[in-house]
Design a protein around this ligand. Structure first.
Ligand code: GLC
Length: 713
């Protein structure tokens, strides 16, 4: 396709439409415009049939029909890009991305992304609005469920794995939301972000870059303002960093109505101003508002924007269509027959189940788990005991009737037992309705075993679903206290899209298994884990606080001049960085996760006490399985820069390894520490390492491990 010639042939109105993306519902399955949405968007038939892209098809057949109708109507016969939110599965729904990050298993994440891509590509999707790589330390934010948690290294590893998986099956990736969307004030969605450029570059930007380096050719600016300028009109982000420093030459597509919302932010007076700001900043496509369609002609006529600036955007869009092969094959990888054979096929279900098993994190186990499967009377109690909300937010094409709930999973696993259920209390986030407690107590008295299913519903996290209270409801807490008192074999299954503050549950329950929102196979996975068919091997990608007031909280904090750790007797010196009414540390730390055996890490050592930019050092330790079952440990490597030109985190994750050992087996686990790992945004030397004292820590979570000293010389 001769793109330069195509640019010459297009009118300005056609160019404006080419830079616009609508949801597919604006057209019907065959591409006929729907009057209502057209009126709401105030667009013409010509606008509609020259748009650059649509998203959220609703049938696999629609791709071919809509594309054909569109190209027949478009005077330039330009194919549309078809996009969709494929976030944790397309039709076969696996655990939410925060759960997937808990696997610390990039191969598993890649396998799941590839499965999702197989289904989505056959359905007719060219690009997914994924991976979402927004780092976050604030569990109040509902969209932590979509990301990889609080750590940039894990975030980079997960971003790369998802992009590789998508690309391996012909689905392109749109990394989002650029940038720092997860640092919104007060944990509220869409809220303002203000941070130093040092913090932005050092902690928040690397996962976006990792996704681009892995091959993502699309990127979506975030809704939030960053340091006073909304991302959608932010030249530092989109021109200086993305295009100039990173050399990104792919396509920038706005978030839903984000161009129009520049007016809400108060930096655009009208649609024309919004269009100008977005185009100048480098936004190539406007999703679901019509500032470009309504304003570009006037902006050019008034000399407020040049045709060259518009052509640069249109050329990018056309080049991406060429890269996707759409000019030669407008149907993309769409193949309804192949899709029907793939959707929720047994092989895909098996992958979803494996993922649900490997993402579960055993938070606590006082010897209760695994349960014996000879029990004859089992009670499944709690507001989420039989809730198909296991699918989680962004499970657009998931179906409740295809989902195995916790109750169903337990019943299938224990065919010889009587398994009864009661909710015990409402699922509301805040409720003190204790009217169901008596029935729950009677059931707990009857049962040999209780599976107590607590947490939050699948639609209590995700977009727009921030919370100011991470504690369970009064009713859930009362239920927990009573049920654990009335049945000595009560295991808690926690379903959540974010860390929750559950100290009272930790105090009352002997065992707590966090399963996030585990997807359609959650019930089968829960039963397999609880009864020991498989052992838990997940670890926390995000810190669990004691109390909401600790948020934002993360492991890689700065020591301050008065760390509470130095003042173990507050009465002696209250003047330290502490709370009067809560601990400073977490309930469960980043990297924490138990299994059905025990491990020790000993004989930690370094290959040398000094290293240079050319000579790396090796850190090693001996991992032993001292328990009675085979298990998988997550051995984590952290480093600490003892002195720097800027304050440095108490520790930072640099590498990790999942190691499976049989009982009694041991293995030396080694990590290479190279100079690049020690670089940071220095005070005045840019991104570099600084010579001096460092510590290496090999540990099984982010609060333990022996410190090994070495120097970079
Ligand atoms: C939403 C989300 C974004 C998603 C887009 C399209 O508002 O912010 O993540 O990809 O709209 O559905």
């Amino acid at each position: 396709m001769d793109i330069k010639q195509l640019l010459k042939d297009m009118t300005l109105a056609q160019k404006a439409a080419q830079l616009t993306q609508f949801a597919a519902y604006v057209l019907d399955n065959t591409g006929i415009e729907q009057t209502g949405p057209m009126q709401a968007l105030n667009v013409t038939h010509e606008d509609l049939h020259t748009v650059g892209s649509i998203f959220n098809l609703n049938t696999p057949e629609a791709r071919k029909a809509m594309q054909e109708a569109h190209m027949a109507e478009d005077p330039n016969h330009i194919p549309m890009i078809i996009m969709q939110d494929v976030i944790h599965g397309f039709r076969t729904i696996y655990p939410i991305p925060l759960g997937m990050a808990a696997s610390f298993d990039p191969a598993l994440v890649e396998e799941c992304a590839a499965m999702a891509a197989r289904e989505a590509a056959a359905f007719g999707i060219d690009v997914t609005f994924s991976p979402m790589v927004d780092l976050s330390r604030d569990a109040r934010w509902g969209r932590v469920m979509e990301g990889a948690g609080e750590d940039k290294h894990l975030g980079c590893v997960m971003a790369q794995a998802q992009v590789k998986g998508y690309l391996s099956e012909g689905l392109q990736a749109c990394v989002k939301h650029y940038a720092a969307y997860g640092a919104g004030e007060a944990g509220r969605d869409y809220n303002t972000v203000d941070m130093s450029e040092t913090q932005l570059r050092e902690r928040y930007l690397p996962p976006y870059k990792a996704a681009i380096d892995a091959g993502a050719r699309f990127i979506m600016p975030s809704f939030n303002a960053l340091n006073g300028v909304p991302s959608t009109g932010n030249k530092l982000l989109m021109q200086q960093i993305l295009r100039k420093e990173w050399g990104f030459d792919g396509m920038v597509v706005s978030d839903y109505s984000a161009v129009g919302e520049l007016m809400n932010h108060g930096i655009a007076e009208d649609e024309a101003d919004a269009a100008r700001l977005a185009i100048e900043a480098g936004c190539d496509m406007e999703m679901m508002t019509t500032c470009f369609i309504h304003s570009l002609e006037k902006l050019v006529a008034d000399g407020r924007i040049t045709m060259a600036q518009i052509d640069e955007r249109v050329e990018t869009v056309l080049r991406m269509k060429q890269e996707l092969g759409l000019f030669d094959a407008p149907e993309g990888h769409g193949d309804p027959e192949r899709y029907r054979a793939l959707e929720v096929c047994p092989e895909h279900r098996a992958i979803a189940r494996k993922a649900a098993e490997r993402t579960a994190v055993l938070l606590k186990n006082d010897g209760l788990l695994p349960l014996t499967d000879t029990a004859k009377k089992v009670a499944v109690i709690g507001p989420f005991a039989d809730d198909p909300g296991l699918l989680g937010f962004w499970s657009i094409n998931g179906r409740a009737e295809e989902t195995t709930t916790i109750l169903q999973g337990i019943r299938e696993r224990l065919p010889g037992a009587e398994v009864r259920i009661c909710a015990g209390c409402p699922a509301d986030l805040v409720t003190d309705d204790e009217s169901g407690l008596q029935e729950a107590v009677e059931l707990a008295d009857w049962a040999d075993q209780v599976i107590l299913v607590l947490g939050e519903s699948g639609d209590s996290s995700g977009e727009g679903n921030s919370r100011a209270i991470l504690e369970l409801s009064q009713a859930q807490l009362a239920l927990t206290k009573l049920v654990t008192a009335h049945c000595n074999s009560t295991a808690v299954v926690l379903l959540c899209g974010r860390p929750l503050a559950i100290p009272a549950v930790d105090k009352a329950a002997k065992a707590i298994l966090c399963m996030w929102q585990p997807g359609m196979e959650g019930g089968h996975a829960a039963a397999a884990l609880l009864y020991g068919d498989v052992a838990p091997c997940g670890h926390l990608p995000m810190t669990f606080p004691y109390v909401t007031g600790q948020c934002p909280i993360s492991y890689d904090t700065y020591i301050t001049a008065r760390p509470v750790s130095d003042y173990t007797h507050p009465e002696a010196r209250p003047y330290c960085s502490r709370y009067q009414d809560a601990p400073v540390g977490p309930l469960y730390p980043f990297g924490h996760g138990l299994t059905y055996t025990d491990f020790t890490l000993t004989e930690a050592k370094l290959s040398a006490e000094t290293m240079t930019a050319d000579n790396a050092v090796t850190a090693s330790a001996v991992l032993r399985n001292t328990g009675s079952r085979t298990g998988t440990a997550l051995v984590q490597l952290y480093t600490h820069d003892v002195h720097g030109s800027m304050i440095r985190p108490v520790r930072e994750l640099k590498d990790f390894a999942r190691v499976t050992l049989a009982p009694g087996e041991e293995k030396t686990v080694s990590f290479t520490i190279c100079e690049e790992m020690l670089r940071f945004e220095t005070l005045d030397q840019g991104f570099a390492s600084e010579k001096g004292a460092f510590e290496a820590i090999i540990a099984l979570d982010s609060v333990s491990g022996e410190k090994l000293s070495f120097r970079l010389v």
